[in-house]
Design a protein around this ligand. Structure first.
Ligand code: TMP
Ligand code: MG
Length: 311
């Protein structure tokens, strides 16, 4: 139930004329779309009132924590970083690119159901990982591959990671990308803090440091739920963290918190990066806050600042 906050607070219904939530001016940005402002106001207020000890953040990585575009071009996903690096043969690069051009439009097609997409995503990931294994990638090359790449985290990432770390808020990165690459990105950005926990597709190397296979279970865009978290016990350890901020850029990211035992409040923030007009309706139906073509973490940081400020 929505409780009214003190006058002028986010939960104050009388505050409509002063904007959705006057204490979070970032919500007035032109990139922000919200279907149910009252609901969003109530969740933000509850997250603030119930305190930092109950909060956890669950986030996707590629195109959510990392940027979608930079300098008029697409930014690479963790897979793309590897696929286009110098350790992949020209033939391998072409095959990986062909896969991307075939499967990516399917991944984001608003006219196909998740049931239709799932087996096709398994196909994409399986073929891509097989091609990568053929390339005899060395573990020792990963750091350099990332340094030489155009990987970029969203503007404001430092404040975001710092705020969570300083307040001991667990941050769970649930990614269908390549774990070794994304860890290296956040390590090189100096934000791989002790409160950050990653579940992703990790590479396994032999004694000579050569990639032999990807460790299971395979995580693709549309199985980001409890089925691939069995055995991690992550959410069970955090059973008192019943308030969640979820960040994603895909419809598949919406199930990332399904394994949390008893969710009290969840604020779902979705980055709508591509095919904005076509996908707007579906995103507004599913995410509480939709950020359209917004390459920053400004809104997330603004909400966190408000939630974490002492009353
Ligand atoms: P995620 O952001 O939901 O974790 O998904 C990872 C992204 O990686 C997804 O948008 C598709 C993309 N991808 C590639 O760019 N290249 C690949 O080879 C594969 C398998 C996925
Ligand atoms: Mg993503």
């Amino acid at each position: 139930m929505e409780r009214p906050g003190p006058p002028g607070a986010c939960g104050d219904r009388g505050g409509t004329e002063r904007g959705l939530c006057p204490q979070v001016p970032e919500l007035q940005k032109g990139t922000v779309r919200i279907r149910q402002p009252e609901r969003v106001r109530g969740i933000i207020q509850a997250l603030r009132e119930q305190g930092v000890a109950k909060l956890q953040v669950i986030s996707d990585f590629d195109m959510t924590l990392s940027r979608f575009g930079c300098n008029g071009r697409r930014c690479p996903t963790s897979h793309n970083i590897l696929d286009t690096s110098r350790v992949i043969s020209e033939d391998g690069k072409k095959k990986l690119k062909d896969l991307l051009h075939y499967y990516y439009p399917i991944e984001i097609d608003p006219n196909r159901t998740l049931e239709e997409k799932r087996p096709l995503m398994v196909e994409w990931w399986t073929k891509a990982h097989e091609l990568l294994v053929q390339q005899k990638i060395h573990k020792g090359d990963i750091a350099q591959i990332v340094r030489e790449s155009e990987a970029m985290l969203r503007d404001g990432f430092k404040e975001f990671f710092d705020q969570l770390h300083k307040n001991n808020i667990p941050m769970f990165i649930f990614s269908a990308g390549v774990g070794d690459i994304l860890e290296e990105i956040i390590r090189q950005a100096n934000v791989f803090y002790s409160n950050v926990f990653v579940v992703s597709n990790y590479m396994d190397f032999n004694d000579d440091g050569v990639l032999t296979h990807f460790r299971g279970p395979l995580i693709h865009t549309y199985n980001k739920n409890n089925t691939v978290l069995q055995g991690t016990g992550y959410f069970q350890q955090l059973s008192t963290r019943t308030n969640i901020i979820l960040l994603g850029d895909s419809m598949g990211d919406l199930t990332m918190a399904d394994g949390v035992p008893s969710v009290e409040n969840i604020l779902k923030i979705g980055f709508l990066n591509d095919k904005v007009e076509e996908r707007r309706g579906k995103y507004l139906d599913s995410y509480d806050i939709v950020l359209e073509s917004d390459e920053t973490l400004d809104v997330v940081n603004g909400i966190l600042r408000y939630i974490l400020t002492e009353t």
